[in-house]
Design a protein around this ligand. Structure first.
Ligand SMILES: [Ca+2]
Ligand SMILES: [Ca+2]
Length: 498
């Protein structure tokens, strides 16, 4: 059975894409963790919580209240006056303002507290405006925040450069990965692995696989082994045709600009007749473990079934065997690979540097697009629930946005974001050239609504509009040059900071 929504990606890939207006951002606008003054200690001056102040006896934290813009203010354009009230037992020293976690202007040292923001300097869509105050002793208030939507047509924030068609000439691209030396590997649904070298698409494939490219099948995932510089291994996920259509994980060895010597590591069970919901993404996590996203193959009953590999995140050793710490090794056959379940069509996911935590993008049915935090043994609810849930049997998404606008606009968990097929996914690395507030941020995108969003783990997983696209994205990658690469079906967009 295949509902219209279930064939969404298929239909869109097969026809001109639906263009919805891009929207931005997450809902919560949860302020940064409140920094409390240190507990009193005899003989120790209380000092400031942010390294400021010191020496005084004032332990009373000031307050700050954002007074404009109003929460859920919609379609803000032109110059925006951001204002706040602040109080303190002794005196407010200054008020600091942010947009999306980035300081705007200088701290205002005198009431009325205000800063101006040119909305055109930010990508159209959702943003979170914040204010906090500081007293002379260095005590700092909690953030007061408003989630709003900037109108207009700005594609990417001032200071960033978006280059559409940075590479073109691709055919039915689905996924990409990067080699340590910066070369990009692009998977084409029709079975060819392409190479981008020094910003140029190398003619011809570096490797080809015999695939079934029907619907959402085909070459749908590519990953580079963490020890590539030693072994040259590149891993692929594709729909093999021998002995019936089924998912396969293989690796090839790169030599120069070519790859050869396919080793088939995993042949998953046969697919049903439906050609959609195959997931696709593969990535290496800690300990050189390979994670593989597999959709429910349009049979929702499989997603929660621990004896089935569909609707799951699977986890393998780099030779295709089952890691000794997988959670369901008591299950039959290939179910030993199951690591997490209850997913519908996890087309993409990302792995957080440092923690190794998976952020899994699950394409929803008719209501929600989800970002789920990976955890061994987790059940993400499909098909029993979709979107946020209070049912403790399931792991609720850390962020989810609706497929249609809420009433009033911006209300609800997803804020002003709307979309119909979540893709991504990339964490921006520490030390990259983007402003510090971007470091550790999680970029996601929507195939239908043509936006890139930034989820902010340091600020309660608030979500902000990052870029509007002129193509339908399928994958996002933070390059080792610090640029953000957005893969479309036929081309790559490159976004850089100064
Ligand atoms: Ca005070
Ligand atoms: Ca879910």
């Amino acid at each position: 059975m295949t509902s219209p929504s279930r064939t969404r990606l298929l239909a869109l890939w097969a026809s001109a894409a639906v263009v919805l207006s891009a929207c931005g951002g997450g809902s919560d606008g949860i302020p940064a963790p409140v920094q409390s003054p240190p507990p009193p200690a005899s003989g120790t001056p209380p000092g400031g919580v942010d390294g400021g102040g010191g020496g005084g006896s004032d332990k009373v934290v000031p307050t700050a209240t954002l007074t404009a813009p109003a929460a859920l203010a919609d379609d803000l354009t032109g110059t925006l006056q951001v204002t706040a009230d602040a109080t303190d037992n002794i005196g407010v020293a200054s008020v600091e303002f942010q947009v999306d976690g980035i300081t705007v202007g200088s701290p205002d040292t005198a009431a009325p507290y205000a800063v101006t923001v040119n909305t055109a300097d930010h990508a159209a869509g959702q943003h979170v405006v914040r204010a906090r105050s500081r007293d002379a002793a260095g005590n700092v208030s909690a953030w007061s925040a408003a989630t709003v939507r900037f109108g207009g047509t700005t594609a990417v924030a001032k200071g960033f450069t978006k280059t559409d068609g940075w590479v073109s000439g691709l055919t039915s691209a689905t996924a990409m990965a990067q080699l340590p030396d910066g070369r990009l590997l692009v998977a084409q649904q029709t079975g060819q692995l392409r190479l981008v070298k020094n910003g140029q698409l190398v003619p011809g494939p570096l490797a080809s696989f015999t695939v079934d490219p029907a619907g959402e099948r085909g070459l749908i995932g590519v990953a580079v082994h963490p020890k590539f510089s030693e072994n040259g291994w590149v891993y692929v996920h594709y729909t093999a045709v021998d002995n019936g259509a089924h998912g396969r994980i293989s690796r090839v060895t790169m030599i120069g600009d070519a790859a050869a010597g396919e080793e088939v590591l995993v042949d998953l069970p046969a697919l049903q007749a439906a050609t959609n919901h195959n997931g696709g993404a593969i990535h290496f996590g800690p300990g050189d473990k390979l994670y593989v996203a597999v959709g429910d193959n349009a049979d929702r009953t499989q997603a929660g079934d621990l004896d089935k590999v569909f609707g799951k995140i699977l986890r393998f050793n780099d030779d295709g065997s089952y890691p000794a710490d997988n959670p369901y090794l008591n299950r039959p056959g290939q179910a030993k690979a199951v690591w997490a379940r209850g997913l519908r069509n996890p087309f993409t996911f990302g792995i957080q540097p440092g923690t190794g935590t998976l952020y899994i993008n699950d394409v929803g049915e008719n209501t929600w697009e989800e970002i789920n935090i990976g955890a061994k043994g987790a059940h993400y609810g499909w098909p029993a629930t979709e979107g946020p849930t209070d049912d403790t049997s399931y792991t609720s998404p850390v962020f989810a946005y609706k497929q249609t606008a809420t009433v009033p606009p911006g209300s609800g968990p997803g804020g002003f974001f709307t979309g119909q097929s979540i893709v991504g996914a990339a964490f921006y690395p520490a030390g990259g050239p983007f402003p510090a507030a971007y470091h550790g941020g999680y970029f996601f995108a929507d195939y239908v609504s043509r936006f890139v969003g930034r989820l902010d783990p340091a600020n309660g997983h608030a979500a902000y509009s990052f870029a509007r696209l002129s193509q339908n994205p399928v994958d996002v990658l933070a390059g080792n040059d610090g640029a953000l690469y957005v893969l479309g079906r036929a081309s790559i967009t490159r976004i850089t900071a100064p």
